[in-house]
Design a protein around this ligand. Structure first.
Ligand code: PMP
Length: 290
């Protein structure tokens, strides 16, 4: 595998960053997780847009333009002959000293890793996930806005540990007011009486790119979609529930905190949306890098 760092490619063994990089010392940086399907990088523009929005929020000076980053991402996939996989694009604050002052970091670093994807097991999609809410609440947006896709994922990791301890793969995170925010690496949706609901960004959800795509797909199919605050009660009494994310795509949820959702099987609208989503990612023709 060839890994892109600041304009050059390195082997896996040689792809290294300084121990003085503030991405490592403080989690000071931002990232994106992107899919490539059949030689086409899915929603690349949207991912680079979100990366720039994260950079703006943390006052990180991007060392490359939007167009240069798009090109570097596609080039890294081509360099690796990767047609289907997962791309991790990160921008660290760069090398500084041991103090936390970001002004001491001269230049941000760009790293692009294009790898095979570790998919969720097929049975999660066939039978649906069983998940739990966890004690760790989502970061306050007034402290560290969850809309910023930062390299500091400890909030999510703590929730993931709590989910794992409960024997689950994913966790529903609530915000400090008790409203549903999102999962550790996915957004959450419910369906009730034919309408679709997902928490608003102000509740502590990431502006998920799969989330947006699914909202568009639902509306195109005539399903009303809105973003109200949701409680655990709303989840428990939903007809259907599913999670969305770049890696997971759309995963049905059939049990939350021991409560069976709907009839305990992946829902009909969830299945319809999965199919609609797959029709966007399945590309015919020869793989070309774009
Ligand atoms: N929430 C969090 C916390 C995430 O890390 C992710 C995955 N990057 C998502 C939601 C889903 O976002 P997307 O659909 O853009 O992958």
């Amino acid at each position: 595998m060839k890994i892109y760092i600041d304009g050059s490619y390195y082997s896996e063994q040689d792809a290294k960053v300084s121990v003085f990089d503030h991405g490592l010392l403080y989690g000071d940086g931002i990232f994106e997780g992107i899919r490539i399907y059949h030689g086409r990088v899915f929603k690349l523009k949207e991912h680079i847009d979100r990366l720039f929005a994260s950079a703006k929020a943390i006052l990180l000076n991007m060392p490359m333009t939007h167009a240069e980053l798009m090109k570097a991402t596609v080039d890294t996939c081509r360099e690796n002959g990767l047609k289907d996989g997962y791309i991790r694009l990160l921008v660290t604050r760069g090398v500084g000293n041991l103090g936390l002052n970001p002004n001491k970091c001269k230049k941000a670093s760009v790293i692009i890793i294009a790898d095979k994807i570790q998919l969720y097991p097929k049975e999660y999609y066939d039978n649906g996930l069983q998940i739990v809410t966890v004690p760790t609440t989502r970061n306050l947006h007034s402290a560290l806005n969850p809309a910023i896709k930062s390299l500091n994922y400890l909030n999510n990791i703590l929730a993931k540990i709590e989910a794992n301890n409960a024997g689950c793969e994913e966790a529903i995170m609530l915000n400090s007011e008790g409203y549903v925010a999102e999962c550790t690496g996915d957004n959450v949706f419910i369906l009730k009486n034919g309408e679709m609901f997902t928490p608003p960004l102000s509740a502590g959800a990431l502006y998920g790119i799969t989330r947006n795509t699914v909202i568009d797909l639902a509306r195109a199919a005539g399903i009303k979609a809105s973003e109200p605050n949701l409680t655990r009660y709303d989840l428990f009494n939903a007809d259907e529930c599913f999670l969305t994310g770049t890696g997971a795509e759309i995963v049905p949820v059939v049990k939350i905190d021991g409560r069976v959702i709907g009839d305990g099987k992946p829902g009909k609208i969830t299945r319809m949306l999965e199919e609609a989503y797959h029709s966007l990612t399945k590309v015919s023709g020869e793989p070309i890098y774009q």
